[in-house]
Design a binder for this molecule. Structure first.
Ligand SMILES: C/C=C/C(=O)SCCNC(=O)CCNC(=O)[C@H](O)C(C)(C)COP(=O)(O)OP(=O)(O)OC[C@H]1O[C@@H](n2cnc3c(N)ncnc32)[C@H](O)[C@@H]1OP(=O)(O)O
Ligand SMILES: NC(=O)C1=CN([C@@H]2O[C@H](COP(=O)(O)OP(=O)(O)OC[C@H]3O[C@@H](n4cnc5c(N)ncnc54)[C@H](OP(=O)(O)O)[C@@H]3O)[C@@H](O)[C@H]2O)C=CC1
Length: 445
């Protein structure tokens, strides 16, 4: 592994040098274990502690198949899907690996008693499999997390619609929270050259998801002037949705839960900010009964910011706790676009407000190949910036996932894999200098 790192850090290394590097037999990877899937039985979701289920193991390097690449991972990031994996909710991810393993001889590799997790990476290509021509050993890359087989016409217009669509590092093995990762080569994209490894690894999953959910025609198709209600506006998804809304001439109404998070949204350029904690919204009177008066109070607050207008697009992900309010505050003909249900997936809302006002609910999930590429392009051009706050070592990944689970973090949390320290990997200092304040906006807040 040291030879690999030396090659990455030497400005003189050529593609041939990388191709000639011997691969190690094993590498360090963040895993969860199949024989521990019952370990949190009987506990409340909140009490399930990722620090107990997340391990750092030595694992063998997987065999490289056609159309695939092995990547030396310099940095990765924590996504909420790794929190779900680590608490075995809503399902153990080993079921996904078993199902994938049944698909073919090659996919059998994924069905193991350990799951190497992680759906983001920035690093360097080490080897490519047969049929890969666009990428070579030594290329500096990021990887998006859409894994598709593309054998069915269902996915040929929109790769997210492939019947064998999976999220790499969640529904497949050999993810990015490791020193080496296995990806399909079509997941690879150029690493933005003005960013460090850990900055480049931060946006991938959430930035692409927010792009499809909010900007793409497959999502809300946001336009200039739209009032966009963004839940968790300084969180993983929300910090990118807020940037997309501002960059696209829309009017974000940011919901956060502290003054500190409100300040971060202000520093991104948002003006309409609702502190849901300070204003004490309680959309549920008890576990079964919502409180429409609270929806209305929330809607009135939004109108104060918009001069009486209602919401064109809701960027939804908290789910059960907020969905009734989200549907209510949307304007006639408006759109609620949802990609998650952090607080519970059995939603309840008053359907009269949906159909009588001709509103639409759009389900959105990650991003297709092209959307992921477009989202990365915007990062590379310095139009959208990473929202990295804190960076952990691979050994500390359990703590990093705990922070995200308990909502103790800001923006995105990074993890160093092979990178010996933060700040390495920047290739275009001039471009970086132009954007340095925006790049550092979330750091250490
Ligand atoms: C990028 C980051 C993203 C995120 O962070 S997202 C957040 C994290 N993700 C999640 O929380 C999602 C986790 N996944 C799940 O909870 C489950 O994954 C799903 C609920 C999405 C799906 O459930 P399942 O049981 O895996 O799939 P089924 O499609 O319900 O298939 C089970 C059986 O039901 C059959 N079936 C499906 N649809 C129908 C139908 N319409 N009528 C009759 N049968 C149906 C199937 O064929 C299959 O059958 P057979 O077991 O025999 O293969
Ligand atoms: N389908 C897909 O493709 C994707 C789905 N996801 C899913 O989206 C969800 C959010 O992910 P991500 O943004 O990365 O997570 P983060 O935890 O980084 O951010 C979510 C933010 O939502 C807010 N929030 C959390 N719970 C509630 C609640 N009950 N009511 C109101 N606001 C709440 C919090 O902000 P605050 O406290 O400031 O209000 C929090 O910071 C997860 O469930 C994740 O699995 C994520 C990416 C892709």
């Amino acid at each position: 592994m040291k030879e690999i790192l030396d090659a990455i850090q030497s400005p003189d290394s050529t593609s041939a040098d990388f191709a000639a590097l011997p691969l190690p037999d094993s590498y360090r990877a963040i895993t969860v274990h199949k024989d521990e899937t019952e370990m949190f039985e009987g506990l409340e979701t909140r009490e399930k502690d990722p620090r107990k289920s997340i391990h750092l193991d030595d694992v063998p390097v997987p065999e490289l198949g056609p159309g695939e690449a092995l990547v030396a991972v310099m940095a990765s990031s924590v996504n909420y899907n790794s929190v779900w994996t680590s608490i075995f909710e809503p399902l153990s991810t080993f079921g996904f690996l078993e199902r994938y393993g049944r698909l073919s001889e090659l996919t059998k590799r994924h069905d193991l008693p350990y799951h190497i997790i992680g759906s983001d990476l920035a690093g360097v290509v080490l080897r490519t499999g047969p049929g890969v021509n666009a990428w070579n050993p030594g290329d500096e890359v990021v990887a998006h997390c859409l894994s598709v087989e593309l054998e069915s016409s269902d996915g040929h217009n929109d790769t997210m619609l492939d019947p064998e669509q999976r999220i790499w590092g969640f529904e497949t093995n050999f993810g990015g929270l490791a020193e080496i990762a296995l990806v399909k080569s079509n997941q690879l994209m150029p690493k933005p050259d003005h960013l460090s490894w850990e900055e480049a690894a931060a946006p991938g999953l959430v930035n692409s998801t927010a792009y499809r959910q909010l900007v793409s025609r497959n999502g809300a198709d946001m336009k200039q002037g739209d009032n966009v209600l963004i839940w968790g506006a300084s969180g993983g998804l929300g910090s990118y949705a807020t940037q997309f809304a501002l960059a696209g001439g829309a009017n974000p109404i940011c919901v956060v839960s502290s003054e500190q998070k409100a300040d971060i949204c202000r520093s991104m350029g948002a003006e309409a900010i609702i502190d849901r904690s300070a204003e004490g919204y309680k959309f549920w009177k008890d576990e079964r009964t919502q409180d429409p008066k609270e929806w209305k109070r929330f809607g009135k607050r939004i109108r104060e910011f918009t001069g009486g207008e209602d919401i064109d697009i809701v960027f939804e992900h908290p789910g059960r706790e907020t969905f009734g309010a989200s549907v209510y505050v949307t304007r006639k003909g408006g759109t609620i676009t949802t990609c998650a249900s952090t607080s519970g997936y059995m939603h309840e809302y008053d359907n009269r407000y949906l159909w009588m006002s001709l509103k639409r609910i759009i389900g959105s999930h990650f991003a297709n190949y092209r959307e992921a590429w477009e989202a990365n392009r915007l990062i590379a051009k310095g139009k959208i910036h990473p929202t990295l706050s804190k960076v952990y070592s691979l050994e500390e990944t359990g703590q990093a996932a705990y922070d995200v689970h308990r909502n103790l973090h800001q923006g995105k949390v990074g993890v160093l894999a092979l990178a010996p320290r933060e700040g390495l990997g920047v290739r275009d200092e001039e471009k970086r200098a132009q954007h340095i304040d925006a790049i550092n906006r979330f750091r250490n807040v």
